[in-house]
Design a protein around this ligand. Structure first.
Ligand code: NAP
Length: 456
């Protein structure tokens, strides 16, 4: 009699939404499969914890799926505080699994390539988002909030998130789980005006209608639309254009805070000697290319705007993973439907898969990762049926031994739950939903891996 094939062992690198949906789908589709999920941070969640704005807590509801995974009769193991490329490398991961799915997202940022971009006071959205969400890599950054005006470059949903957080009253931020240092800094903020610069027109803006509606309905803030041209419409953009048209003619209420949505305007130079003091911008005209794409063309109408903070929200960028092919042009791991291709792109690397922003680039909301990960899982299970995955060199317990040796401060699901409970308890004590711990050492202590923290 033929022995039953061994249960598939799959590694997932990254515990954000793409990794989460891949895990849920794998366990649903194969009743014997075992998953090891790795994250370089001591917590579950990736973008769910560190990307979603604190006043959008309802978008984190998907995190409940982690509990269901953890209860999946021992078929799911979390290994937090284990970096792939650090404690383990990509080859070692492959030697212990039939397949590896990379789901580590896009944590880098695009650059403007203009003068002054590296002045203090000029920052990437990823740094500001990481700061207000208490990401250990960004928690100690300083942002100059002492000037009356901040400028956000880019016309996507991240730009709207940044503007909201800069303008929301502290009483409202206090009701969220925004990181304590960010809450304190924003409470002292002198920013009264946020300008969002879009290089093209409302019809080409990347932000979505509900997010714009939310921003336009914030109490105590006048919203001003400048430089918009409303002559290009298409069916799916009508609602957003209508709202912007309404805002463009809305009577100002004389509120203390203002949000300016300025269209057809590009940054030319970030100005300042030892820190940002202003931004030189130019007015654009729009032109349609042969392929139909509408592009911004600079004019000679140039203007200077005073400001103390410039945040560029012009898109995230994935970083290459040592040992894996990478397409620097597209900022993704080259793949076909989630199967990782060789650097030459001529064939798939057996047993290696990718999902989420690392697969398709940094676009889409949390839910967009569901079909993306389902497609990757389809490929993996098709390959399993064809017996074309990796034959692991080591038995399952060998990985356990290796991890114990390489990373004694590994956070498993139970340790993560201790950390999670600690943050929630601290929140109750301070009448807030959660008090985020923002340093790796204090997170490990709360997870029970160092002497416990004082609980008051
Ligand atoms: P995005 O949607 O791709 O928007 C990037 C923006 O930057 C675009 O408006 C782009 O303009 C502009 N841009 C790029 N290069 C520029 C330059 N050199 N100068 C001026 N402007 C430039 O990226 P994102 O805002 O980072 O968002 C990433 C994804 O996360 C999106 O899918 C977004 O919807 C999602 N997200 C969702 C939420 C939510 O649901 N609330 C919140 C945050 C993020 P062009 O179009 O002219 O290139």
């Amino acid at each position: 009699m033929r022995a039953a094939p061994a249960a598939l062992r799959v590694a997932i690198v990254g515990s954000g939404p793409a990794g989460l949906y891949a895990a849920v789908e794998l366990l649903r589709r194969d009743s014997r499969l075992q998953i090891n999920m790795f994250d370089r941070l001591p917590c579950l969640g990736g973008l769910i914890r560190y990307g979603v704005a604190p006043d959008h807590a309802q978008r984190r509801r998907v995190a409940a799926c982690y509990e269901r995974l953890a209860l999946s009769s021992g078929r799911f193991a979390f290994h937090g505080n284990v970096e792939i490329g650090g404690a383990l490398n990509t080859d070692e991961l492959a030697q212990h699994h039939h397949a590896v799915i990379y789901a580590s997202g896009a944590s880098g940022d695009r650059r403007l390539h203009i003068a002054g971009e590296d002045l203090p006071g000029s920052r990437a959205a990823s740094e500001f988002v990481g700061w207000y969400n208490g990401h250990p890599d960004h928690a100690t950054h300083q942002f100059n909030l002492q000037g009356p005006r901040a400028i956000v470059i880019g016309n996507g949903n991240v730009a709207l998130d940044l503007a909201r957080i800069l303008l929301l009253p502290c009483s409202q931020l206090h009701r969220t789980d925004i990181a304590p240092h960010a809450l304190a800094a924003l409470a002292r903020s002198s920013v009264r005006e946020v300008v969002i610069l879009g290089r093209r027109s409302p019809a080409q803006a990347a932000f979505t209608t509900p997010e714009l509606l939310e921003l336009a309905s914030l109490p105590g803030i006048d919203v001003i639309v400048e430089g918009a041209v409303f002559d290009e419409t298409s069916a799916e953009q009508t609602l957003r254009l209508k709202l912007l048209q309404e805002l463009a003619v809305r009577k100002l209420q004389g509120h203390a805070k203002r949000l300016i949505l300025r269209f057809r305007c590009s940054p030319l130079e970030i100005v300042g000697d030892d820190r940002v003091t202003g931004l030189r911008v130019c007015r654009n005209t729009l032109a349609q290319q042969a392929d139909g794409r509408v592009v911004a063309r600079p004019t000679d109408q140039i203007e200077s705007l005073d400001c103390s903070l410039v945040l560029r929200a012009i898109g995230y960028l994935a970083r290459p993973i040592p040992g894996l092919p990478f397409d620097p042009q597209q900022g993704i791991v080259p793949n076909r439907r989630g199967r990782i291709l060789t650097q030459e792109g001529d064939r798939a690397l057996p047993g290696h898969y990718v999902t989420g922003w690392l697969k398709r680039g940094p676009s889409g909301v949390i839910g967009s990762n569901k079909p993306c990960s389902a497609q990757t899982v389809d490929c993996l299970l098709e390959d399993a049926a064809q017996q074309s995955l990796i034959e692991p060199r080591h038995a399952a317990d060998h990985l356990e031994m290796l991890l114990r040796r390489r990373q004694p401060l590994r956070v498993d699901h139970r340790a993560w739950k201790r950390l999670d409970s600690y943050e929630l308890q601290q929140g109750i004590a301070q009448n807030r939903p959660r008090i985020r711990l923002c340093g790796v050492d204090e997170m490990l202590a709360a997870a029970g891996l160092f002497p416990p923290l004082n609980t008051h």
